[in-house]
Ligand binder design. Structure first.
Ligand SMILES: [Zn+2]
Length: 153
């Protein structure tokens, strides 16, 4: 695990601190759009594509629960549907009643979806309490020994 507090200009991995903070800010802005009539737990995500584009997402719940989709997968599905296939990092924030009080790690389903498109050693997952208090881990730290397309060959 790699941790980062506000003192300093560099981060673990390839992203400058300014880029990390922008992603966190973009993810936090999505909390306002989360559709959360059942859980009241909002999540926002900002996905940095290899071409520098940032694609955002929020969670969208459903009365039947099963069709609900997480913010991270919303961002990935939006990006892939726009032709994006290469990604560098994703920032994730969340909290009850749209208030961030703790880190919000990605659920198992989202980790698997990330692994479909991202190298587990070089794709970074940023979780944050604020733009000054964040953690950066590789996808592989969240999803070791993942099952992927190579297993099907
Ligand atoms: Zn999820």
């Amino acid at each position: 695990m790699m941790s980062k507090k506000s003192s300093g200009k560099s981060t673990p991995g390839p992203l400058p601190v300014e880029a990390v903070q922008e992603l966190i800010g973009r993810a936090a802005a999505m909390l306002a759009f989360s559709y959360i009539p059942y859980s009241g737990f909002a999540v926002g995500a900002a996905l940095l594509c290899d071409d520098g584009t940032i694609v955002t997402g929020c969670n969208v719940e459903n009365a039947a629960y099963g069709p609900s989709i997480c913010a991270e997968r919303t961002a990935f599905v939006k990006a892939v549907s726009e032709g994006k296939r290469s990604f560098r990092a994703i920032a994730i924030v969340g909290g009850k009643d749209r208030v961030i009080t703790d880190y919000c790690p990605p659920c198992g389903v989202c980790r698997q979806v990330m692994a479909e498109f991202c190298d587990t050693d070089t794709f970074f997952v940023i979780t944050a309490k604020s733009q000054e208090d964040f953690r950066i881990r590789t996808l592989g730290e969240y999803l070791p020994e993942s099952f992927g397309g190579s297993n099907l060959k």
